[in-house]
Design a binder for this molecule. Structure first.
Ligand code: SAM
Length: 278
């Protein structure tokens, strides 16, 4: 396990993932009924953007820091930006965003395998009684935790894709959880290193039988990944997205794409792979 998210925190891919996460949680909060969030690959919970790791890659400069001209409104983008601009100079990871958006009746289970990152995560989540951190394998724990007793909620699957077969492992982990919790919302992040690999991954998710599947893509520029050192394209698969989430994401992405792009606005795409708009 060499991957450390501290080098990538606040990059363009985090921005889109955390925007989608915020939007889904705001939808879940529209009903009083409690819900659970299971974050299978949680990371540290927060990241110091002035630390050497972030400085070494400069990825936040090419991500969240480019969004500083946007004045946060009342929508999901505004909610995310207010959280991301927290006064401490730290960028919030997915478990901290979730913890801050949960109500008393909701629950967060955040799983992180790396012992050092887990130790930070446990401290970051300690102020929230309804948030727990576990040092374990995210796929094993996900399978044991679904369905949550609330029978409502979000599963975030955000692995590092370090291992050659992580696409298959992530798709299998999702399929296993989906069989037991088919009404849950699933947010699955993936890097787009080639169109073929991304399409194959989407195909594996669809093979689980999920009937409402949305894909979101962002590309910072047209350069093929093979010609770049850093990731320039990323995607999200959202299974069972809340009603109206697709339109909301299109609107939010239209606001951030001009700022995130390089020579041109970033290219973004929100496409139904199964269900609703198909
Ligand atoms: N979800 C986080 C966020 O958005 O702020 C970022 C997570 S980062 C992309 C992936 C994390 O998964 C890393 O912190 C890594 O240590 C952890 N990890 C790797 N393999 C894991 C496994 N099998 N189970 C749980 N965590 C794992």
């Amino acid at each position: 396990m060499n991957y450390r998210h501290a080098y990538h925190a606040g990059n363009f891919a985090d921005v889109v993932k955390h925007l989608a996460l915020s939007a889904i949680l705001l939808h879940l909060k529209k009903k009083d009924k409690p819900f659970a969030v299971i974050d299978s690959h949680a990371g540290c919970g927060h990241y110091d953007l002035s630390a050497s790791e972030a400085a070494r890659t400069g990825e936040a400069e090419d991500g969240i820091k480019k969004l500083s001209p946007i004045a946060p409104g009342d929508d999901a983008l505004g909610t995310y930006l207010r959280l991301a601009r927290d006064v401490t100079g730290h960028y919030p990871g997915s478990p901290l965003i979730a913890a801050k958006l949960l109500r008393n009746q909701d629950r967060l289970i955040a799983i992180e395998k790396h012992p050092e990152d887990f130790a930070v995560l446990r401290d970051v989540l300690s102020p929230w009684r309804n948030a727990s951190a576990e040092c374990a394998d995210g796929y094993v724990r996900l399978n044991a935790l679904v369905p949550p007793f609330e029978r409502r909620g979000l599963v975030l699957i955000d692995p590092p894709y370090e291992a050659e077969d992580e696409f298959q492992t992530a798709a299998r982990g999702f399929a296993q959880a989906y069989r037991k919790f088919a009404t849950g919302i699933y947010l699955i992040w993936f890097p787009v290193k080639s169109d073929a690999a991304a399409a194959a991954f989407a195909g594996e998710i669809l093979a689980s039988g999920a009937s409402k599947v949305l894909r979101i893509d962002i590309a910072l520029d047209d350069a093929p990944q093979s010609a770049r050192e850093k990731l320039n394209r990323a995607g999200l698969i959202v299974v069972n997205p809340p009603y109206g989430f697709d339109t909301q994401m299109r609107g939010a992405l239209a606001k951030i794409a001009p700022l995130l792009g390089r020579a041109h606005p970033a290219q973004t795409d929100v496409t139904w792979l199964a269900g609703e708009g198909r």
